[in-house]
Design a protein. Structure first.
Length: 466
């Protein structure tokens, strides 16, 4: 329990205007996207400078007060929800400090919304390639803390691959500044990677230098009907063989996802004349201003001749391409009206995706007869969101009670294929206990040693990850 006197001391750091105690104002910050966790806190602080973050953590460390950092609160694993700790909301740290186009680098504070980073890069005739459904509300700090993936990871990697340097406030209030733009800096341990993906358990990232890329001059988008995930994998191989580094997205979508989107989505239309059991959303990007459409059409024709493409359409203009991506980004939300959904964010080697989907689908239906597998995701990097919707008409609460039993089944199959139980959503609170079952014991020991060294009083996002 945090005393009223201590609350006043924290509030004095940011000022009463930015020290939130009103229950109604706090409410949106106490529940995560899936509604699995309902948290509680006596106080949310909204610092407006790194110095204020520093002062907050120094006081928290001295008084052994738990702190939960929060950005856009779009996480999927309960990692930003407080359970009695204070919230440290970073949304006022929303400045883009520098854009260095010649160095292909952009320095952004933790509270900058991802879409604003994308826009700033575009104005400088550059591309920041991280893209995900929540990009209009998620923040760079949150992306960094969970090592977000997104739809372009097939070419550009996850957030960890897009960071050159970070500024971090440690648990005791010290500032670690490795905020450089260097592509080559061989001066010992690469400390930034300790904090990217650590979910605020080791320190708070307040700013980062992000990698930029030349902005594509041509982008072609296609929606492809395929008979199976194996056929989709054949298409991926053909695309990489003939288009190489032009393949910037390759999203696998089951037919049931499209049906949900048609029923519950906003402005969604069936892209192809006939229904197909599986689809692939493909994007090619290039610095060449022309010729890419002809290449994509040629590849699709070859796929049809070889029998692993049933039908395809290439977006004729930007509006059609945006409509396809709008449907893709609505897939998570359009599952909600179908009732309870037990979700899995797993990855397996790309070559194992078809076998994983087949085995996991059979296993969950056997576990819960009538349940509906709803797999979709980033086939190009092996990350599948293997969600399972409740049987039609089933009791949602009773179905959701089986969350952990179904997790055990799906995660067990993912591990059988040498995969991961968390591809891009992080561990948070949701998968904390699971981590001990799948992580190498020595790796866990190293993680705990790092936590003890950097956060000896255990104030940084307690109860998350470890």
């Amino acid at each position: 329990m945090i005393s009223s006197d201590l609350i006043s001391r924290f509030a004095s750091i940011v000022g009463d205007k930015y020290a939130v105690t009103d229950a109604q104002a706090l409410a949106p910050h106490l529940v995560e996207q899936r509604g699995l966790y309902q948290g509680n806190t006596p106080l949310m602080l909204r610092p407006g400078s790194v110095a204020e973050v520093q002062a907050i953590l120094k006081l928290a460390n001295e008084t052994k007060t738990g702190v939960v950092p929060q950005g856009g609160n779009t996480g999927m694993s309960g990692g930003a929800i407080p359970f009695g700790e204070i919230i440290l909301a970073l949304t006022r740290l929303d400045k883009i400090r520098e854009i260095d186009a010649a160095s292909n680098a952009l320095t952004a504070e933790a509270g900058v919304i991802l879409a604003n980073v994308q826009d700033a890069a575009e104005k400088a005739d550059r591309l920041f390639p991280l893209s995900l459904g929540a990009e209009g509300s998620c923040t760079i700090g949150g992306n960094l803390s969970t090592n977000a993936g997104g739809t372009s990871a097939i070419l550009h990697g996850t957030t960890r691959d897009l960071v050159l340097g970070v500024e971090v406030v440690l648990a005791d209030g010290r500032i670690m500044n490795v905020l450089n733009k260097l592509k080559k800096d061989n001066t010992g341990y690469d400390l930034k990677h300790l904090f990217v993906g650590s979910e605020g358990t080791l320190g708070i990232i307040t700013a980062a230098v992000l990698k930029l890329f030349p902005r594509p001059r041509s982008v072609e988008t296609a929606f492809v009907g395929v008979p199976s995930p194996r056929a989709a994998l054949d298409l991926l191989g053909l695309l990489q063989e003939r288009a190489g580094g032009m393949v910037t997205s390759f999203e696998l979508i089951a037919r049931i996802c499209v049906e949900f989107a048609l029923r519950h989505g906003n402005g969604v239309r069936d892209p192809l004349a006939e229904q197909h059991p599986w689809y692939v959303l493909v994007e090619l990007s290039s610095q060449l201003p022309q010729g890419n459409r002809a290449l994509l059409e040629e590849i699709l024709e070859t796929g049809m001749e070889r029998g692993f493409i049933s039908d395809a359409m290439v977006a004729a203009n930007l509006d059609q391409a945006n409509a396809l991506w709008s449907m893709r980004h609505q897939l998570t939300d359009t599952q909600k009206p179908e009732g309870g959904s037990i979700k899995h964010d797993v990855s397996v080697p790309v070559s194992s995706v078809p076998d994983f989907i087949a085995e996991a689908s059979e296993a969950v239906v056997k576990l819960v007869p009538g349940s509906r597998p709803v797999p979709f995701g980033h086939l190009g990097d092996g990350n599948i969101h293997f969600n399972v919707s409740q049987p039609p008409g089933a009791d949602k609460a009773k179905y959701m009670e089986g969350w952990h039993a179904m997790n055990d089944v799906v995660h067990g199959i993912a591990m059988k294929y040498h995969g991961s139980i968390s591809a891009e959503h992080g561990i948070g609170k949701l998968k904390r206990e699971m981590l001990t079952k799948v992580k190498d014991p020595v790796a866990l020991e190293v993680m705990r040693a790092l936590k003890k060294t950097l956060d000896p009083n255990g104030i940084m996002n307690p109860g998350k990850v470890l």
